[in-house]
Design a protein around this ligand. Structure first.
Ligand code: NAG
Length: 512
């Protein structure tokens, strides 16, 4: 230390270290000290953790897909910086999570499929820097993302074959799936099933829409787990300017980057208000949800091969989706801004463009515009403890909690509940990857793994309810605390979820 200090001390020139101080030996010393420091730092403080295995009985296949759609402009606004249309829909990009026919590996041998951070990382780093209003710091953001996210991978097998109908039926029998013996007998049974050809054992589907500043990869554990229970899940990578950054790949090989958009980046006549921007983004999302359902139909029909425009993304699994999707069982889900979008899509549920049988809304937005009230299909609203406890005024509808409760009280079949001890990001991967940082920042008291397990179990129970009409887990409970955060005169009634966490149930479907 004294040696290094000496260069700041005025004195005879011979005390000033010369530029040649960075000799190879010294460089080696500095780097090995640095490596040692980070090694100790990471081994002593587990800053990042790997994503846990999925919770269901099936192995999970993963595939990024981008396809051309019928081009349309959702709103006429243009980007001041480039003069390009801001709300131009050219392609649809999704991440598919689906149950796979590969035998379930033991947790230690689970395949670690693909990087959790979308590539290139610098695009996402620059996107978040722009989002934070400090574009100049994009390399700092990229480094931060790389530091915390680069070691994380999404478990699952890229482009794995989709679960065969025989295995699916075996799984439904309660005998579980994944053991080799069963797979072999399943393969025999499959021949019989295929001959019957009555579409038996087609898989229900889920479309999921991410939150503000989120990405399709931000919910890998939640969505992959739902897939591991036998659902084909498509997580949309929205191009509505709400994410950090995404690249549109045109069929002619050209690209267009879509960055996060703020009101001041846009030019429109008449000028847009904040609510206009939200409305344009939500309409954009609705169009992408509708295109995702169209893609499900195209995959299921299997007569026109789906061209995957995502660079370096394989597509061998896609023909296997032929006749495997149940298009009468498509459910839409979303988090935050995405929950507002999912609820908006429910307005046209049952129509030709939106054949949706129900919706899951996690922490519906507090500032993403008023929520759609016109809902005719079953809906499950799950809020984090933070979302329910910290109340804010919601447009001209009173408190946010009251506005949500009012909607769910008046739909035909709706659940509204809160998972205690959680915060707004608790359903994302962030608290699994950086548990200590997230706990410090958000003040959660429930373990992040348990929180996710509860969200997954309740979601799967709801999806099963849509198919069978049978209520399980927390869905079986009656109302425990109708008033939510406004119950002051008595203790808040709770019910324990299947993983031991506490829920407050605010609304359940009216019994006939
Ligand atoms: C498709 O889903 C609907 C609605 O959940 C269900 O009634 C039907 O039995 C399913 N069909 C197949 C072939 O699984």
């Amino acid at each position: 230390m004294a040696f290094r200090m000496s260069r700041f001390v005025p004195g005879p020139a011979r005390f000033v270290p010369r530029p040649s101080r960075l000799t190879p030996r010294r460089l080696l010393f500095i780097t090995s000290a640095g490596v040692l420091f980070w090694f100790l730092f990471f081994s002593l403080t587990p800053i990042t953790s790997p994503l846990p295995p999925y919770t269901g009985p099936h192995e999970v296949g993963i595939l990024d897909v981008e396809t051309e759609v019928q081009k349309r402009t959702i709103h006429d606004a243009i980007l001041k910086a480039t003069g390009e249309k801001a709300f131009q829909l050219d392609t649809l990009a999704i991440t598919l999570y689906y149950p796979s026919s590969l035998p379930l590996a033991s947790p230690s041998q689970r395949p670690w499929a693909r990087p959790w951070l979308p590539q290139p990382v610098s695009l996402i780093g620059e996107g978040y820097a722009r989002l934070a209003g400090v574009s100049k710091l994009s390399s700092v953001f990229t480094f931060g993302l790389w530091l915390l996210g680069s070691s994380t991978v999404i478990p699952g097998v890229v482009d794995a074959p989709i679960l065969s109908s025989a295995e699916q039926i075996l799984g439904e029998d309660g005998s579980g799936a994944g053991e080799f013996g069963k797979i072999m007998s399943a393969a025999e049974q499959e021949h019989k099933e295929l001959k019957r050809g009555d579409g038996l054992g087609s898989l229900p589907c889920v479309v999921f829409t991410h939150g503000m500043a989120g990405m399709s990869q931000s919910y890998a554990h939640y969505l992959g787990s739902i897939a591991s229970h036998g659902y084909v899940v498509a997580a949309v990578e929205h191009r509505d300017g709400s994410g950090p950054g995404t690249i549109v790949h045109h069929p002619d090989g050209t690209e267009r980057k879509v960055w996060h958009m703020k009101l001041k980046d846009l030019e429109a006549d008449p000028p847009m208000t904040d609510l206009d921007l939200k409305a344009a983004q939500l309409n954009f999302r609705e169009a992408e949800i509708s295109e995702t359902i169209k893609l499900f139909a195209q995959l299921n029909a299997g007569d026109a091969p789906v061209v995957n425009l995502k660079p370096d993304s394989p597509r061998n699994a896609l023909p296997g989706f032929k006749n495997r999707l149940n298009l009468s069982a498509v459910t839409v889900g979303g988090h935050s801004y995405g929950a507002t979008g999912a609820m908006q899509a429910l307005k046209s549920a049952g129509s030709k463009t939106m054949p949706i049988n129900g919706g899951i809304a996690l922490d519906p937005g507090k500032g993403s515009g008023p929520l759609n009230k016109d809902i005719d299909v079953p809906i499950l609203v799950m809020q984090s403890g933070e979302w329910t406890e910290k109340q804010t005024a919601f447009y001209d509808e009173g408190w946010h909690f009251e506005a949500v409760k009012n909607i769910i009280d008046n739909v035909k079949e709706g659940w509204f509940m809160t998972l205690l001890g959680t915060a707004h990001p608790s359903c994302t991967d962030a608290p699994l990857i950086v548990p200590w940082i997230m706990k410090m920042v958000t003040g959660t008291t429930l373990s992040s793994k348990v929180a996710l397990k509860e969200y997954i179990d309740a979601s799967v129970a709801f999806l099963e309810y849509l198919r069978t009409g049978e209520k399980k887990g927390v869905l079986e409970s009656g109302v425990t605390n109708a008033g939510g955060p406004f119950t002051h005169d008595k203790p808040h009634g709770k019910v324990q979820g299947p993983d031991g966490a506490d829920w407050e149930v605010h609304t359940v479907p009216k019994s006939e």
